[in-house]
Design a protein around this ligand. Sequence first.
Ligand code: ZN
Length: 155
Amino acid sequence: MTIDEKYMREAVKQAKRAAAAGEVPIGCIIVSEDKIIARGYNRRTIDKNVLSHAEINAIRKACKKIGDWRLEGCTMYVTLEPCPMCAGAIVQARIPRVVMGCMNAKAGCAGSVLDLLHQEGFNHQVITETGVLGEECSQMMKNFFKELREKKKQP
Ligand SMILES: [Zn+2]
């Protein structure tokens, strides 16, 4: 197992916490100096808050831990390609590297719909990797929506 896979496994654990709470399974962790400094999962429905994405929750905790709004020495691991809001926050926090599980063709902003993480005009560009435990992350999303559809079918 590579180091990226090891940390992505921790992000997957967070995604499973989201799924257990009935949320879309997206998980995120932030690593600094080979240590996990923050964990987050999607809590949009529980928190009744559109801002409560896995990445935003993890960024908030990482900033508190580091005591700075800049997360310059950090790597983010996230199970799904970030949305526009989270990609924006990643650029704002100047996170140098983001490792993704699977891509999000309908909302992703690291290359799918838009590419905010590699936008030349911005003062910060992100190094990205994708497909780390990609099959597992993608299957987790598919299973969640499949179960949701089945639940809806029941009278
Ligand atoms: Zn997001």
